[in-house]
Design a binder for this molecule. Structure first.
Ligand code: AMP
Ligand code: MG
Length: 332
């Protein structure tokens, strides 16, 4: 493991839910934890993380063998949108697919409960992000059982054991995906009740934030304890060796973002995607193509302008004479 990979692994270790452990959110995870970091250091770290993600995502796409699914869960105002915006800011948009899951449509309710999530899975070489995910099926659906009624299940499938069964089905589904080259990464943004109150008030106070708030959000907040229980049970039952949960402290947005970037980077480094090797035959084809292009050079032009420019640049820097590189803008 490289130095960077080892440091990232250490950094996220305290956030991982050990498979088989019994989680009680309030007791086990502190929404204000920040690993002793200051915000200024955090911003710098995030920049490094974003660059790392960009590089690995390109390799993932080039290799075209693995896909990555990042599931983001949180209570309202937990910071899912901002986390996606910041963490993916350096990544080529062509390689990423973001899906948000809301109240299911009639068509969605007419299928099995995993159907709509399966349709939004990543393809090979792609990173898919679920803004809310199949875990809503054991969260909001559990806290508000009328959602289960709407799913039109046969009687046997809505008995008392429905949640245990869903945990097992979700674990099996994720195992199947993992075995077939699709890594599932699960992040729960863990917000405190007080910080949610502050963020709601901000959404009410600032006109440009009003659209993010609805009266339903305060109604949902009244079910805080039921949600904490549902989250705790879900984390206990579905953190598996193949797809563990990470509980990310979310009271400080900047810290939640670094953690999420680190968790995603860890996954990508674990996959360690490589650019495909060029075979001897393909290499010969490339050389033949180069010769053909060089022969087309108009008079006065270099046969291979790109190679000529690269050689020139090397000469300038490598040999130590020539102009020193100077910034065009800014001081320093
Ligand atoms: P927002 O993310 O604020 O746009 O809200 C989306 C809403 O959809 C939330 O209130 C979720 O609880 C709700 N939602 C998401 N998935 C489901 C589901 N499977 N069943 C019922 N409601 C859901
Ligand atoms: Mg909302």
């Amino acid at each position: 493991m490289s130095d960077t990979a080892a440091r990232i692994a250490d950094f996220i270790e305290p956030l991982r839910v050990a498979p088989g452990s019994k989680v009680r959110l309030g007791r086990d995870f502190d929404p204000r934890y920040r690993a002793g970091l200051k915000k200024r250091e955090g911003v710098e770290l995030l920049r490094t993380g974003v660059a790392l993600l960009a590089e690995y995502q390109e390799r993932l796409a080039a290799q075209d063998t693995y896909g990555v699914l990042l599931c983001l869960q949180a209570l309202d105002a937990g910071g899912k949108d901002g986390t996606i915006r910041h963490v993916m800011s350096g990544v080529n948009p062509q390689g990423v697919k973001v899906s948000s899951f809301k109240v299911p449509s009639t068509e969605e309710l007419d299928h099995d409960y995993l159907w709509r999530y399966a349709r939004r899975l990543p393809s090979r070489g792609e990173i898919a992000i679920f803004n809310r995910s199949h875990y809503e099926e054991v969260l909001v659906v559990r806290v508000h059982p009328e959602n289960l009624v709407r799913q039109k299940l046969p009687e046997r499938a809505r008995g008392k054991d429905v949640w245990e069964r869903r945990y097992r089905e979700i674990n099996d589904w994720e195992r199947y995906l993992t075995d077939n080259g699709f890594k599932v990464v699960k992040v729960f943004l863990n917000l405190s009740k007080e910080e949610q109150r502050v963020r709601f008030l901000k959404r009410i106070d600032l006109p440009e934030k009003n659209w993010k708030f609805s009266a339903a959000d305060v109604r949902e907040r009244r079910h805080w304890d039921a949600y904490q229980r549902a989250f705790s049970e879900m984390l206990s039952a579905t953190s598996t060796p193949w797809a563990p949960w990470y509980v990310v402290p979310a009271d400080r947005k900047w810290f939640a973002r670094i953690c999420t970037a680190a968790i995603l980077a860890h996954t990508l480094m674990d996959i360690d995607p490589r650019y495909p090797e060029v075979s001897e035959e393909a290499r010969n084809d490339l050389l033949a193509a180069r010769q053909e292009l060089e022969e087309e050079a108009p008079s006065g032009a270099a046969a291979d302008p790109y190679a000529a420019r690269t050689a020139e640049a090397k000469d300038e820097h490598g040999a130590g004479h020539g102009r020193p590189a100077r910034k065009k803008h800014g001081r320093g």
